[in-house]
Write a protein that binds this ligand. Structure first.
Ligand code: A3P
Length: 273
């Protein structure tokens, strides 16, 4: 048996020793360092923790699933590409899904891992971490398993709090963004993101409408109209792209239950939804 096979066997044995449960779709999930993963994701997480070689300029986009990862990825790619060619014309986003575009420098990664599990592989590299948070009511898929926290990449609360606290402790390297804020004040938020990523808009760019152009390029309507985002598996990242759609889906009883959990989990943190 080669080294790779030994490592695979070791990882499989580690996984089988972890606490397990079933998620809302009945798939087996494992609790590793406080976060629930399906098998394939967990293998990738362990591989990443063991083999990641961070560089100082790496950018990591973190989020809980369904929180606006695709939007954050598109905006980041658009911000970085604009500094290269200065325009949005014939942009790579028009022909490639945001999830398939990997700028080589700086490198951009995305993950659903909570912050404490990222710290170990990143060691002390001064990477920039952007966390996209979304109102839990828009994120939740299955109330019961969601509130119990037994959901892949869950508990949601721990993911959000890990990055919230990380952003308070180390604002130079961890930026906490909210999907709802990006919707409510897009120009201010995208300028905040650009500033954090080290590619702020110049006065000339602002006067020339560069901020608005990037927002239009990355808007739900524009991105979801590209063929690449309507085919294959990429269409799952585009549904409605609205704030407060939960009001059309949650009963009053469900809303009360989730409000109680929010109150319990986030009280004292300074984070509000
Ligand atoms: P809805 O299901 O509420 O429509 P993720 O990328 O983390 O999987 O998040 C998916 C959510 O972000 C979906 O929300 C999707 O419609 C929304 N979304 C995707 N692209 C967007 C964009 N460019 N602007 C706003 N929302 C977007």
């Amino acid at each position: 048996m080669g080294d790779d096979d030994n490592i695979r066997t070791e990882i499989r044995s580690l996984i089988s020793s972890l606490p397990s449960d079933a998620d809302f779709q009945g798939a087996k999930i494992y609790n590793y360092q406080g976060c629930w993963y399906r098998n394939f994701a967990l293998q990738a997480v362990i591989d990443f923790q063991r083999n990641c070689k961070p560089t100082d300029t790496d950018i990591i986009l973190a989020s809980y699933p369904k929180s606006g990862t695709t939007w954050a990825k598109a905006l980041t790619v658009a911000l970085l590409e604009r500094s290269v060619d200065g325009s949005c014309n014939n942009h790579p986003l028009a022909s490639g899904s945001p999830h398939m575009l990997f700028p080589s420098s700086p490198r951009v990664f995305s993950t659903h891992m909570p912050l404490h599990t990222l710290r170990q592989p990143l060691m002390n590299a001064p990477c920039k971490i952007v966390y996209m948070c979304r109102n839990v009511k828009n994120v939740l898929v299955s109330l019961e398993s969601f509130c119990r926290g037994v959901h892949y990449f869950g508990p949601f609360w721990d993911s959000v709090l890990s990055y919230w606290r990380g952003s308070l402790e180390d604002p130079e390297h961890v930026l906490f963004m909210k999907y709802e804020d990006l919707k409510a004040e897009p120009c201010a938020q995208v300028m905040r993101l650009a500033e954090f990523l080290g590619c702020p808009f110049s006065q000339e760019e602002k006067r020339g409408g560069s901020v608005e152009k990037i927002l239009e390029l990355c808007s739900f309507g524009n991105l979801s109209s590209f063929d690449v985002n309507q085919t294959g598996t990429h269409d799952i990242f585009f549904r409605k792209g609205e704030v407060d759609d939960w009001k059309n889906h949650l009963t009053t009883e469900m809303q009360k239950k989730i409000d109680m959990v929010i109150q319990e989990k986030f009280q004292g943190s300074g984070l509000e939804f």
